[in-house]
Design a protein around this ligand. Structure first.
Ligand code: PAF
Length: 294
């Protein structure tokens, strides 16, 4: 396990010297199958993988869940161990040796005393999640850029569930010429369709049952767009909202039918729309999305 950025850099340099391609999977821990699918994707596409585990304080607002965010390091490591990912020489499909390292920095390692720089990505970070979480993406962009620069990894893997986060990371990487490839991996869902998230554990049994309306509303939107050829974004949005409201405890923050690059709201649905939503159940805020190719 690596804890300093100097050791992280040495690990990646040593892999590069061996001619290996290094993948990076940034996480805040509380690992679940969604994270493991990112590690799996990296293991398939790269020769070595770094998984970072760091609950980043700068992306939590003052009234958000930084203090109670699950910290399950032992469990995370044993999950990676059990799946075999932590053993150097783990075979992907019998073809390739893959070493996986874990990077677990302290807060002072990432933000030493006097740290005073932040990355602000423009308009795409102001809408949707950015409206109710004003400094969230600044914190995400800052820590992600630090991780990219500290590691010098070749490719980074992000889950589609945080779709806006990926748009912001892509924009930052493109605007600042950061030499890293960004790969988006599909959302991993529970059998009933709920997108996997470290925050699902906060849901009460009743909220958990009701939370299935999120993926159901996305499937309804998909049917309207793909099967019924409906192109009126407002009609699709209304139907998705109605579906979510069938859950008595659901409080909708937003449902958006948007362009999948700029995240600008659409009036007429065109080639590659994304439907994004954020819904609160009690104190737990869940997000989900669906990208369509028409
Ligand atoms: O998606 C997350 O878990 C976090 O936002 C990330 C990318 C690890 C940055 O802290």
């Amino acid at each position: 396990m690596l804890t300093s950025t100097a050791d992280l850099r040495s690990f990646v340099v040593s892999q590069h010297k061996l001619g290996k391609k290094v993948g990076f999977v940034p996480t805040m821990g509380a690992l679940h199958e969604g994270h493991l699918s990112l590690v799996e994707a990296s293991a398939k596409q790269c020769d070595a993988t770094v998984v970072s585990i760091f609950v980043n304080p700068s992306q939590f607002g003052p009234n958000e869940d930084f203090q109670r965010y699950p910290r399950t390091l032992e469990n995370d490591l044993s999950l990676l161990q059990k799946t075999g990912y932590l053993q150097a020489g783990y075979m992907t499909g019998g073809e390739q040796d893959t070493a996986v390292e874990v990077f677990v920095p302290s807060i002072t390692e990432m933000y030493p005393a006097g740290f005073d720089t932040s990355i602000h990505v423009g308009s795409v970070s102001q809408i949707l999640e950015g409206k109710s979480r004003p400094l969230h993406f600044q914190g995400v962009a800052t820590v992600v850029l630090k991780l990219f620069l500290a590691s010098q990894a070749d490719t980074a893997f992000f889950g589609q569930k945080d779709f806006q986060q990926i748009c912001i990371v892509r924009k930052m990487v493109s605007d600042l010429n950061v030499p890293i490839e960004i790969v988006m991996c599909p959302i991993v869902r529970e059998p009933d369709g709920l997108a996997m998230s470290s925050r699902n554990r906060y849901l009460s049994a009743s909220e958990r049952r009701q939370a299935v309306v999120l993926s159901q509303s996305l499937r309804l939107a998909e049917m309207m767009i793909v099967q019924d050829n409906i192109r009126d974004a407002a009609a699709v949005k209304r139907a998705a909202e109605q579906k979510i409201r069938t859950a008595p405890d659901a409080v909708i923050e937003y449902v958006s039918v948007a362009d999948s690059v700029t995240l600008d709201e659409l009036q007429r649905i065109e080639s590659k729309p994304v439907i994004l939503l954020a819904v609160k159940f009690g104190t737990t805020r869940l997000i989900d999305n669906l990208v369509l190719s028409l």
